[in-house]
Unconditional design. Structure first.
Length: 248
């Protein structure tokens, strides 16, 4: 068979090289391309810390972590089946929120709330939330308020079960949803922090009675009714009583 001449041979060689490249092959004279590094999977510790933080908050609300007592991160880690590190990180967050305080070389002491502190928190919450809700009552359409019914029902369901931890979360979710209609992120952050601080129990306070919890939850539905009706007097009365009439 005759050998291809000049241009034909060069063209054939180039076509062959392209075919090899397409198949991932390389000629002897070309260095192989470096393999693309595959990123190692990331272990997200924040999820563990978040779970521990939720568990610690529930234990605080339920009174399982007793005001005045000191708890070490290793002991709590053993209780939750994790290392001391995520517990320590979660406790540091609770210290920022005012639920515990750091005791050097020992752990974290659960803060002892006084009736005066809770009354002051309730007063500040009322000063912030009452005028906001009154303004929203004048401007937000009824359909937006009606959409919050499931959140109010969630508080009632938790109260009916006597589940204080879930009630605390549902209660905050309801108030956040109401205040979010104001469109002010700073307001939400401040109000949520005050709300959470008001939920830590007193040292000498008995467990919140089931009937009181149920009545407290029922105020959410009544508040929505007043907001839909734009009854400003009832809105103001309900919000103030909601803050001062219970621990939640």
């Amino acid at each position: 068979m005759p050998r291809p001449s000049g241009a034909e041979g060069a063209l054939g060689t180039e076509q062959g090289r392209r075919a090899e490249d397409a198949r991932g092959e390389h000629t002897h004279g070309e260095p192989a391309a470096a393999p693309v590094p595959v990123p190692a999977p990331r272990v997200v510790r924040h999820s563990v810390r978040g779970q521990i933080l939720d568990a610690l908050r529930a234990a605080l609300v339920d009174g399982e972590l007793v005001p005045g007592e000191v708890y070490s991160a290793p002991a709590l880690g053993e209780r939750f089946g994790v290392s001391a590190t995520p517990v320590r990180e979660a406790m540091q967050r609770l210290a920022v929120e005012g639920a515990v305080e750091v005791v050097p070389n020992r752990g974290f002491r659960v803060v002892e709330r006084t009736p005066r502190e809770l009354a002051e928190l309730a007063e500040v919450r009322a000063l912030i939330e009452v005028p906001v809700m009154l303004r929203l009552a004048r401007t937000v359409p009824a359909a937006r308020w009606a959409a919050l019914r499931p959140l109010a029902e969630a508080t009632s369901a938790a109260a009916a079960r006597g589940d204080r931890a879930h009630y605390a979360e549902a209660d905050r979710a309801f108030h956040r949803a109401v205040l979010s209609l104001a469109g002010n992120e700073q307001l939400l952050a401040v109000a949520d922090d005050l709300h959470r601080r008001s939920q830590w129990p007193l040292l000498s306070a008995p467990a919140l009675r089931h009937g009181v919890l149920v009545a407290d939850a029922a105020e959410h539905a009544a508040l929505l009714d007043a907001l839909i009706a734009q009854d400003l007097n009832v809105v103001q009365t309900l919000v103030r009583e909601h803050f001062t009439g219970s621990e939640c």
